[in-house]
Structures are given as C-alpha cells and as structure tokens.
Design a protein around this ligand. Sequence first.
Ligand code: FE2
Length: 200
Amino acid sequence: MHIYETKTFDLPTLEGISDKSVEEHLGLYSGYVKNFNAMTELLQDLAKDSEKNAHALSELIRRRSFEFGGMRLHEHYFAQFEGGAKEIENDSKLAQALTKQYDSVESVVTQITHVGNMRGPGWSILYYDPQSESFHIGFTGEQHQGHFVTLPIIIALDVWEHAFLLDYGAAGKGKYIDAFFKNLNWSVIEKRFENVKKEA
Ligand SMILES: [Fe+2]
C-alpha cells in the first residue's frame, strides 16, 4: 500500500554538514517511508489470519510507529534547511514568545543543545502547546518514544549518530549540533509557530 511518498527537499550546500552526509541521510529517510508503506501492507495481509499471525502482528504494530516517527521527523528536519540559513527576526512572534518563556532565544538554543547531547539515539525537540501557550523541550528516544503527544513540533534536531558520524566521528555530536543551528532557516521555524497559533 502506497500511503506516503518520499518527499524531496530543496537543500543548499550546508556549512559543516557535508553533501555526502546529507545524501546518505536522505537515503535513510526514504527507507522510513518505504518501510512504513510496506509494513502497512503486510499488516493487512497478516490480519486475515490474526490468530495464527498474532506474534508477527504485534511486533509489526509496535514497530510501525518507529517507522512513522522516522519519516515525519526527518521531513521536519530537512525542511528546516530549505532556503538557506536565516537568523531569527527579533520582532517575530516566535522570538517574542521564546524570549518571554526562556529570557532569550540563545538560552532556548542552549537548552535544545543540552537535550541533544543526552546519550542515546534520538531527537531533541522543541514543541509548542497552544493550550498553555508554552514551549516544551524533550528528548525523543529512537523516533517514537517520549513524544509530548499531540503537540506540534517547532524544531526537530536529529541526534542519531548517522547525522554526524561521517563529518565529525563518533565523538562529534557537539560540533554537529553547532553546525545544525548555523544552517537553520529560522523563517521556516517562525512560519511553523505562526501556523500553530493560527490553528489554535
Ligand atoms: Fe536521521
């Protein structure tokens, strides 16, 4: 079943993240899309005899959200570089809201960085809760564990080793995170936040 298509991204050459690394990373992203589609199809087949296939079904059901998370998070990730690096506008709604909660944008970046430096494969994510009008920063294990359910994602920082191993080696996560923020197009992030506010 072909529910999702692999998206393409209009990416500039990044500073400190090589084209080769981006190319391999995009390949991993397309794997998540393919696996999600394939698992969905397989689930439907196995469900025809759910008693006989109970173990396979339960394992597939558990793993499918891993693939979905990998797909959707990488779409958030790559979109953040489209259009090239752009600094945050100090008078934007996002900058104002971040400054109100964290005192400064720099301090949010520091906190996202600290969370990103936690051990284990996963993501450092900035969410926004329109209900309480507040941001939350969290660590998502692998692709699917520990999310703040239902909250829209404002910034998604991939901190799996595959994101930095090629350019910086196994101990290079810190340098990679610095490069991530250098290449971020904050206007994409500002738009995300404004869309969440509009829908609230
Ligand atoms: Fe990744």
